[in-house]
Structures are given as C-alpha cells and as structure tokens.
Design a protein around this ligand. Structure first.
Ligand code: GLA
Length: 384
C-alpha cells in the first residue's frame, strides 16, 4: 500500500531531519492499444492507472543528492549534482538522476536535494514504473526550480533521461500517459506532434473490469529485443523511403512486401495495422463504448505475437485463458517479452477469468501470475 502524504512527510523528516518542500505523485500506465508505434511517430492509446510513484523532495543549499526509497534494500544513496556519473548510477536512483541530468543538459541549474520515494506501481510488470518515478521527479523539479517547462518539454526531457542516461531506447508513450492523463479517459496521442485527445474510457460504467495479468516474467534480453525492433522499423522506413513508418498505409503493404525481407515486412505490417487499430478503437470508444473494442484488442495481440514477435508463452497463455474464461478481448501491454497482459472483462465474469488464468498457469507449471484490476486515473500532480 502506498503511504499517505502525512506518513511520507514524517518519514522524510525522520530520515533527513527537516520537512520536505512538497510531495508529488505520478501514475504508471496501461497501454490499451498501440504498441511499438510511438517511436514510429504513430498513434497510441494508453491510460494512467490508479498506482503511483510518490516523491517527497527538499532542495538543498549545496549540490549533494540524497535518495532513499521505502522499498527494496538499496539504502540511502548519495551523489553530487555537479558531477553525475551514469555508469555509477544504480537501481531506481537512475531515474531521478537521469531527470536531473536531462535538465542540466538543457542548461538548467539543478541544486542538490533530499528525496524519499514510495511507489505501488509493480516493478518489471510492463506498467511503466520507471516512468512514474521520472514523471513525479520532473513535476517536482519543475515546481521547485525556475525550469518553467510545459508538459511537452517534460515529455521530451524524460525521454532524454531514459534514452541517454538510463540507456533504454524508448519512445514518448509512457511519460505522456503519466503526465497528461485524466481520470476516466484514455490518452489518444499522436506521437509525431504530441497532439492529444482525451477519449472517454469508463469500463466500470459499461459493466466491465480491466484486469491486469502480471505474468511475472521479466526477460533479461527485453532491452535487446526492444532495440532490435526499433532497428527493424528504421530499416523498413529507410527502404520504403519514408520519414517514419507512420507514413506507410495499408495500401502500401503489397508493394512493401516485394521490397522488404520477410522479417522486416512483418515488423512493418504490425506497425501499419496497429496504427489503424488505434484509430478504430478511438472511434469505437467515442461512438459505441468499451464493449465494442474487444476484437481489436485480440487482433493487436495476434499481430504482436505473429508479426512483431514480442510476446512469450506466458503472455499468450494469459490472453488465451482470459478469453476462454469470458474476457471480451485481451492483449499483452507494454514493451513485451514478459510483463503484463490486459483482459477487458464483464464484471460478472471476473472470478471465472481469474480462475481460468490461474488454472492455466498452474497446469503449465508457471509461477502464479498476479491479477488485479485498474481504473483510468489522473496524471502527475502535487499532493502536498
Ligand atoms: C515501452 C516504451 C514505450 C513504448 C512501449 C511499446 O513501454 O517505454 O515508449 O515503445 O514500450 O509500445
């Protein structure tokens, strides 16, 4: 359970000997649909979940950084804001340090600070727990310093932190969801220009529950696989003579199949069809409601399994078992190679879906999955 702001402030004072300047929080996300489309300048439709990272922060008069979390066994970590060393950064502290580094790269003077982190975003589950930390930290620093960033700047700065300090070649979906979400809505984001439209997504009012099935599989080569997919997409765009795969349409696929090697073609086909599925999902949510999107979730999963090849046996089993238990649509969410699946489930079928997934995992001798429901929540904000 996440600590309330009073409890977090009093722990902060106990550790650092003074009250924090404030407390900020930012959520993790579930991507409803639109996977591996963000770095192809395409469309995504994530929503923020009711699981957050919270940071209590106090600026210091010197350049010392002192960071502690309420979880794990990393203990108090110190660094110097004047000489950040990405090779020496360890564990979760890479994320606040990466944000500070990215802001410094933009010419902003970021002083030392004391920081206490709490989070109930499951780690390693494909729910953007690292971005939740980065977004909480950047929102805090934007408020406490003269940084004066707007939300688009904060999205780009956190991507800079992820790409060039943490070392993960990710796009802009996760931080956009965390920074820009509104409760009861999904964030329809055009990753070419960061244009956003909030799309009503109230599963509960439609008699549905959005279940997350955390397979607890965390593939050690996930990052290598992610980078390899990015490279395939870049190769595809280059051969097809477009700026990004966003510029390839259905009508181009036939010609593309003759120009690309079979594997690159499958990668391209996933991105092209996935962009289209995002647009269709938005239209259905706006005109028919969440009940109507199940088959698009299923089609998205099949495309990731067969064309983009980022699923794994546990994710496929979670999706198939959830469907057989009564879910109206299911897909893996996030970067893939492990992590979580989502299952859009009629409220009355929730026990049957849970039982079907748990039974399937037990039969396959997989570790028991973690299954919980999430709601579309609001974005990053100051708590105290
Ligand atoms: C990770 C990245 C995102 C996005 C997804 C895949 O979550 O951080 O930028 O590329 O994978 O859709």
């Amino acid at each position: 359970m996440i600590l309330g702001s009073k409890e977090l402030a009093s722990r902060f004072e106990g550790v650092f000997g003074a009250a924090p300047d404030g407390i900020w929080q930012a959520p993790g996300r579930v991507n409803l649909i639109g996977e591996h489309t963000d770095y192809n300048e395409g469309f995504v439709l994530p929503f923020a979940i009711d699981r957050t990272a919270r940071v209590a922060v106090r600026l210091r008069p010197d350049s010392t950084l002192r960071m502690l979390s309420t979880f794990g066994n990393q203990g108090l970590t110190t660094a110097d804001a004047g000489s950040l060393d990405r090779a020496a950064a360890r564990g979760w502290t890479k994320y606040p340090l990466g944000v500070i580094w990215a802001l410094q790269q933009r010419g902003l003077a970021i002083p030392g600070l004391d920081l206490l982190l709490d989070s109930d975003v499951p780690r390693g589950a494909g729910l953007a727990s690292s971005h939740a930390i980065e977004c909480a930290v950047i929102t805090a620093l934007n408020a406490l310093t003269a940084a004066g960033m707007d939300v688009k700047d904060m999205v780009l700065a956190t991507r800079h932190a992820e790409n060039d300090f943490v070392g993960a070649p990710t796009g802009i979906m996760d931080q956009s969801a965390s920074l820009r979400a509104t409760a009861g809505h999904a964030v329809f984001l055009d990753c070419r220009d960061q244009g956003v439209r909030l799309v009503p997504f109230d599963a509960e009012a439609a008699g549905l529950v959005l279940l997350v099935i955390d397979t607890r599989v965390s593939h050690s080569h996930a990052e290598g696989g992610y980078a390899a997919r990015r490279e395939s997409c870049e190769l595809g765009a280059e051969v097809l003579g477009v700026k990004a795969l966003r510029d390839v349409g259905f009508e181009d696929l036939e010609e593309a199949s003759g120009l690309l090697d079979p594997e690159t073609f499958r990668r391209v086909r996933h991105v092209v069809t996935e962009n289209d599925r995002v647009l269709q999902t938005v239209e259905l949510l706006e005109n028919a409601g969440p009940q109507a999107i199940g088959t698009l979730l299923d089609a998205s999963h099949a495309s990731m399994r067969d064309d983009f090849e980022i699923s794994c046996a546990e994710l496929d089993l979670a999706v198939d078992a959830a469907r057989s238990g009564g879910a109206i649509g299911a897909r893996m969410t996030g970067c893939g190679f492990g992590g979580s699946a989502i299952a859009l489930t009629p409220a009355g079928s929730e026990p049957a879906v849970r039982a079907a997934v748990e039974r399937g995992f037990a039969r396959a001798s997989y570790a028991a999955p973690e299954i919980f429901s999430v709601r579309p929540a609001g974005g990053a904000t100051r708590l105290a």
